[in-house]
Design a protein around this ligand. Sequence first.
Ligand code: NAD
Length: 469
Amino acid sequence: MELEYTDKDTIQRKYETVVNGYFSGISKDLGFRREQLRNLYYAIQDNEEALADALHKDLNRSPDETEILELNQVLTEASLAISKLSKWAEPEKQHLFFKDMRYAASSVKLEKNPYGAVLIMGPWNYPYKCSLIPIISAIAAGNTVLFKPSELAVHSSALLSQLLENVLEETIFQSVLGGITETTQLLTYKWDKIMLTGSTKVGKIVSRAASKHLTPVTLELGGKCPVIVTKNVNLSVVAKRVAWGKLVNAGQTCICPDYAIVEHEVVDEFMFRLEEAIKNLYPALEAGNESKDYANIVSERNFDRIQGLVKNTKGTVWQLGEPDREKLFYPPTLVRGVTVHDSLMTEELFAPILPIMEVENVLDTAPALISQFHDGPLAAYLLTDDKHEQNYLSTRIRAGAIAINDVLVQGGSASIPFGGFGSSGTGHYHGKFGFDEFSYTRPVLKQTKFAELLLKARYPPYIPFHRSL
Ligand code: NAD
């Protein structure tokens, strides 16, 4: 299947539709927003199977994995936004009477206002949750949205765009299908806010385009997330978690463990436990068959890229199966004895490959090593049961999030803000954090005629006595 890209004139028309849609005022009404979110909720719920099947066609990803990792979270986010909308949108009253007497006769409230017309661009690896959660937040906050899904997840992007255009009011939602040319056209327009989930490289392109109009951006970018393993951890518990987090979606997850820094004393056990866990997670692969639970690599280009990185590694490679370019199957891969200059450490892997670096003492080396590979990964995972080590490492490592003794799960809750740091992005979303990300706070001050008595001091001719008021 090929995506039918949106033509130039239609893109222009769609842009004008969402800009005019915002100025029509329709999206300001809370009842209207709730209705749109409900439409979205039911569109996803009624089509869960079709959505999971579409992604199965794109990535050979198990429909169960799509349910667990994407659709459940999307539905939770949508129903939360519907039920909490009034509370989130409620202006916050400022009580100044005892804080500043000059305002004792005034009323001040902080309003949450939508930015306006926003551009949301989604990735191919989690095409549902990384698109729908931002769309939910943007609509909840009262914006109008132009959505551009990834051209690489062909079936999922086509289906998602069509479903949303069918159920959302056309003046507040439009989608554009396309690749670099279409994205480039979209980036020439003046938006009120842009959100990209994608690579750091495209994040810079978006930032440059946005700066022409001083448009605020939310950038959810790539990571090279380290796992730090000290000798003070129960590996029988945590190795399975690492294996799972590395291999869901065949390692094509922005917050998945990218590499491990492991204390020398426990490397043998860590390798053994990982191999054991991987075999247990994918028994079909262990038996030399295809696994229905194991996804494919997205494209031949990516397959060749990761194949090249593994060919050039100086480490010792362990694989559960043989790479197969025709089937876009790349097996779970562990690489031991990797050093800082290894091919596997030069870029975000985005693959089912875990390079393992051995060090004498992680406390001494890990923080400096991590900043050498990535100026602010999306997440850092600390595997240690020792509280001192947990505190020491978390205070010295800069990352979008820290998780201790688990991986990935910090990205799955509407109560935990999700976002990067440094080159892994800027801004946070999920739940109320997303509503706030798509709103700007506007103070509204209302003055009364009685205030005049309290404000005497501001008028000339000034009386020195009043300076302290
Ligand atoms: P990408 O940056 O290649 O593409 C994102 C979008 O940018 C696509 O719509 C594409 O059409 C457009 N694009 C690509 N090149 C462009 C150019 N030169 N000019 C203008 N537009 C261009 O990202 P991707 O391959 O879809 O996704 C993979 C990346 O996304 C990984 O780095 C991954 O870590 C990251 N990601 C981050 C998160 C997060 O939440 N932080 C989530 C998922 C994926």
